[in-house]
Design a protein around this ligand. Sequence first.
Ligand SMILES: [Zn+2]
Length: 390
Amino acid sequence: MKRSTSNQEVKKLNRNRVFRYVNSREETSMPEISAALSISGPTVLKIVNELKEEKLIREVGEFESTGGRKAKAIAAVRDVKYAIGLDITKNHVGIVYTDLSGKALKHERVRKPFKYTQTYLHEVAAIVRRFVEESRIPKKRILGMGISVPAIIDVQRDYITNSHALGIYDVPCEELTACMPYPCELLNDANAAAITESNRSRTCSNLVYLFLSNTVGGAIIFGNETGIVRTAQEKDRGSVYMYKGNNWRSGEFGHMVIHPEGKRCYCGKIGCLDAYCSALRLADQTDGDLERFFREMEAGNQDLKKIWNEYLKDLAIAVDNLRMCFDCEIVLGGYVGSSMEPYIQEFRNLVAEKDIFENSGDYVYVCQYQQEASALGAAIFQIEKFIDTI
Ligand SMILES: [Zn+2]
């Protein structure tokens, strides 16, 4: 039997496309929407009126006339909903909130060593309540919250299967979410940071996110530009897809072997990338303080410079391997990625030496969002789910 998209589905899809387009701009006009999305003027007018009635879009003035009637300027009502994002790490809790813009409206980081106890979880819930009060977020408009954790999460069973960093294994997600003040979902930290990066670029391109924090992880995002065959409608929607794998373990780049005769990784294997490129390799040189590592290296500490050069060489092996696997942009995130800006050209040169196709390292980037990227991604995840329903 031939499957055809019903009229109803097309209407719903167009409505969502119009809202996403308006939300992606500070302001726009109906002729602009019509031209950008190839939807007829009367249909755009009908959708915009519906969205205005539902208080999701508002008029914000008029554009200068280029002859004829002035076009009305419209914008998304972004404060219609909010979401909270948390990032739980071994020693800290990061917290942010956002609205439909997907931007961090406020962020905070609190030192709070993780303990798998009810006391710890209730204290984290109290941090969320205080943050909401202090930020004066209207509670009725809070959709929910996302919690980023350094863990592999089995979404189907709703279990944390493995978290080396937090020292918990095979724990129901509910144990961590039950006492939170809002509906809540857990996300892997690298996946959450990749959501932020992909949302921020809004180019919907394929990307691999390499997360260089106290452990090394990553995420694989399929955009909708090239490389994947999609139907025309899917292509227009502007959504991106994350590849999760058969066991929710995709993007565990930290356990790719880069030196088979090398150092032992915490997982037990020899020569994993994690043993060479986790932020700890650097921070351990300066009492766990990564910023101090870079400061002292810049001040001329040659021992640290040597370690940094080795770090970059090892990282280049991994990045080249990822480029060979995925043939797309590679974004360096996490604690180290966020500090890479001053060194990115030097690193691109190292990678270029390995590139057999183009002799270029131009495909490597430093993450655009460097503070609380994982917490923000966990919040954006909730916002995106809401936008999907529009
Ligand atoms: Zn390993």
